[in-house]
Write a protein that binds this ligand. Structure first.
Ligand code: MG
Length: 201
């Protein structure tokens, strides 16, 4: 066996281990029930792109919403409603999930949102962040999906999608009012959420 073969085997083993870990975490902490599976099936039959968040990401959104005691959640980019189901289940009785598909006129409804989830088209990510910053207050959490993109989010802006993501990451990383981090937690740890918490001054 050559050195390259050994290296390849080690890489394959590491990938296998990552998949096993992900499957174990999913089944223990983030198993999909009938409602979530039905939403996926409906989306598939409607021919929507299969780009929804993973179950682990859905559960992580629930964790964040619970941590910041979110009574209102704003979701920008709903796709088939899969992430909306995860988010809505974190709300207390009387809580509200507000879903926006590119309509800034609705933004005044959500003055006191505590969690904003951005998972829409990528070029306007910085503008969505602007809205989110206007709508949130200390203790609120802003989450944006697809902020790693196989590492392209840290390289040169090769297209408008990546440019939008790079700009959002730069801004949340340097904004003195936020504590933020990008977490590799999807697509075999090559993509994931940017998470920013609005600081108490
Ligand atoms: Mg996404």
């Amino acid at each position: 066996m050559t050195g390259n073969d050994a290296e390849l085997m080690a890489l394959q083993q590491a990938a296998k281990t990552r998949h096993e870990i992900e499957a174990a975490i999913t089944s223990m902490f983030a198993a999909e029930d009938e409602g979530l599976r039905a939403a996926l099936e409906t989306a598939k039959q409607a021919g929507l792109p299969q780009i929804q968040i993973s179950p682990i990401q859905g559960k992580f959104l629930q964790l964040l919403a619970t941590m910041c005691n979110a009574h209102k959640i704003l979701e920008i980019g709903a796709l088939a409603g899969y992430s909306g189901i995860w988010l809505a289940r974190a709300l207390p009785p009387g809580g509200r999930l507000i879903t926006l598909e590119l309509n800034p006129d609705h933004a005044n409804v959500v003055q006191h949102s505590f969690l904003v989830f951005i998972d829409a088209d990528k070029p306007p990510y910085p503008q969505y962040l602007d809205w989110a910053l206007r709508l949130t207050r200390p203790g609120s959490i802003i989450v944006a999906d697809n902020c790693i993109r196989s590492g392209k989010a840290f390289g040169p802006a090769e297209n408008a999608d990546i440019a939008g993501i790079i700009e959002l990451n730069k801004r949340i990383a340097s904004d003195p009012h936020l504590v933020s981090l990008v977490l590799a937690m999807d697509d075999d740890y090559t993509d994931g959420f940017a998470v920013a918490v609005v600081k108490h001054q």
